[in-house]
Design a protein around this ligand. Structure first.
Ligand code: G3H
Length: 527
């Protein structure tokens, strides 16, 4: 198999991953295993998927052991980790990131094999995650510094900081198995919470090289990493009621069923990144070349498997013909390749995805849409060539569902009220891309769009980055906000020490600070 694979990117197969991290110990799994497959080399129907190796299919007993470890490390907020000095927690995180960078090559290679992300984007995912951790450390220092002084109002002195929330269950998606998961896990733990983390269905082996870095960097029980199916791991954990934060990037159906299992819902904080159906709205005076370029990349980078991908295009009648011709030309010229060939299009990692995309296309064409690009819909075992569908209407599944793959529904309009009405009726509200040039026309549209979604991208495709900007959504698209700064807020709560402003209390506070008797009541900060 490895003959046609460049030496740098071939793997020594099979990879038997049999470890997990619970209570600071790397355990060896002796139970059942799940095969980890790669679809990369299976383009013909008769081709077999490559078995990359296997990974633990852990059970309820171990899920609850991981929970106990996290619960014990938190100890209702009295544990070593939640009460630790901020700079000590920062030092642990710094150690982790220093160890993590040593695993770049291994993780990048597995990203390509497990989820089919191209080399450039796999490297970007790793590097962006490292930057995210470093930026989180910087931001946490700032937040800590801002809490290092006393307020004095109406005779009450107060030292107000942010404190942790408790035990976090952290579940990430397959399309960014490293970045999006860590964008939850890292802020959660640095704020003093403890966590149980289970990787997504795809993108599992790439977490294994990092277990040791977690083990060496954090006290026992702070980070617990288990492998297996959501039903066997997350379900029993949620049922105990011991989870304080559900941090999930994935499908709303999973988020809802997990919340429903919690016996004391008011105790459960949610940090969720869910589905989106981000539209592009193309006005009649849009710059055609720029718009086509942004729409191709916006809808098809990583084959459209991004929550921020453009998933429906509304184009003005006056520019429609020119746009469709150029857009289809560009799409038909896209190359499909293996990840290390750095093509925009790569095989789809989910074995059932090609059929799902074909079904969406068949449903739309049976209800009046046409595939308007030459190669659209051509299917192999592991891929479907991107299909541009026009005209699409509300009855079609591709209009309603988040396709998360290579199919692009297009609707034309002559009155801007149409796309705005469709967006208002949509269950989702993450972002929009707006293409046009007249400030007179754009102004009032922007004023409506900012209240329908949480980011209006002017003449550019939708995206999450840069990560210092808020990443969130309205309606069923998200709960809470995840920028470097906002994530630290989302995983913490304001808590403070207040005292009547009298000489006795002033004396106690003075001594607490001078004699460094409290990790909370202090006015120094970490540079
Ligand atoms: O899958 C959703 C990601 O958050 C999208 O991030 O816009 O950087 O690809 P991205």
């Amino acid at each position: 198999m490895n003959q046609s694979i460049p030496k740098n990117y071939s793997l020594n197969l099979p990879i038997h991953h049999d470890t997990y991290l619970i209570d600071g110990k790397i355990g060896k799994w002796k139970g059942d295993f799940t095969d980890v497959i790669s679809t990369l080399l299976a383009s013909n129907e008769e081709d077999q998927y490559t078995i990359l190796g296997d990974s633990p299919k852990m059970d309820e007993k171990h899920a609850l052991l991981a929970l106990d470890a996290a619960d014990k490390a938190y100890s209702n907020g009295t544990g070593v980790w939640p009460t630790m000095k901020v700079y000590e927690r920062i030092n642990c995180m710094q150690k982790f990131v220093d160890l993590m960078v040593l695993k770049r090559e291994e993780v990048v290679k597995l990203l390509m094999w497990e989820i089919g992300k191209n080399l450039k984007d796999s490297q970007k995912e790793f590097d962006r995650t490292v930057d995210y951790i470093n930026d989180t450390i910087k931001e946490y220092k700032k937040i800590d510094r801002d809490g290092a002084f006393f307020h004095n109002n109406s005779g009450v002195r107060a030292l107000i900081r942010r404190g942790p929330l408790g035990v976090v269950l952290c579940l990430g998606p397959y399309n960014y198995p490293l970045n999006e998961t860590f964008a939850l896990l890292i802020p959660a733990i640095i704020m003093g919470n403890t966590a149980i983390f289970k990787p997504a269905k795809h993108g599992v082996l790439l977490i294994a090289p990092l277990l040791e870095a977690f083990q060496k960097s954090f006290p026992p029980g702070v980070v617990n990493i288990v492998f297996g199916r959501g039903r066997e791991i997350a379900t029993p954990i949620m049922k105990t009621g011991k989870i304080n934060v559900l941090a999930l990037i994935g499908h709303s159906s999973s988020a809802i069923s997990l919340q429903d299992l919690h016996p004391q819902k008011n105790r459960l904080r949610l940090v969720l990144g869910l589905e989106a159906k981000n539209p592009a709205i193309i006005m009649d005076d849009a710059d055609l070349e720029l718009t086509v370029n942004e729409c191709v990349n916006g809808s098809l980078s990583y084959n459209g498997q991004r929550c921020t991908a453009i998933k429906v295009i509304y184009v003005h009648e006056k520019i429609k013909d020119k746009f469709l011709t150029k857009f289809c030309e560009e799409i038909d010229s896209l190359k499909l390749g293996l990840p290390w060939e750095n093509t925009l299009l790569t095989p789809l990692p989910e074995p059932n995805k090609p059929k799902y995309i074909s079904d969406l296309i068949d449903d739309a064409t049976s209800k009046g849409a046409h595939i308007i690009n030459k190669n659209g819909g051509k299917k192999t075992k592991n891929f479907v060539f991107p299909a541009v569908l026009y005209p699409v209407n509300k009855e079609m599944n591709v209009y309603k569902e988040e396709q998360f793959g290579p199919v692009i529904p297009i609707i034309s309009f002559s009155d801007i009220k149409i796309p705005i009405k469709f967006m208002a009726e949509s269950s989702y509200g993450q972002q929009v891309s707006l293409f046009g040039n007249s400030e007179e026309k754009l102004g009032p549209i922007i004023d409506s769009l900012v209240n329908l979604v949480c980011r209006v991208n002017l003449n550019s495709s939708c995206q999450r980055g840069p990560d210092v900007y808020p990443f969130t959504g309205r309606k069923d698209s998200a709960v809470a906000t995840l920028s470097v700064h906002d994530a630290l807020r989302s995983f913490s709560i304001r808590t403070f020490v207040a005292s009547k402003d009298n000489p006795t209390n002033k004396g106690i506070l003075r001594k607490l600070i001078d004699n460094k008797k409290s990790n909370f009541v202090r006015t120094d900060y970490y540079l």
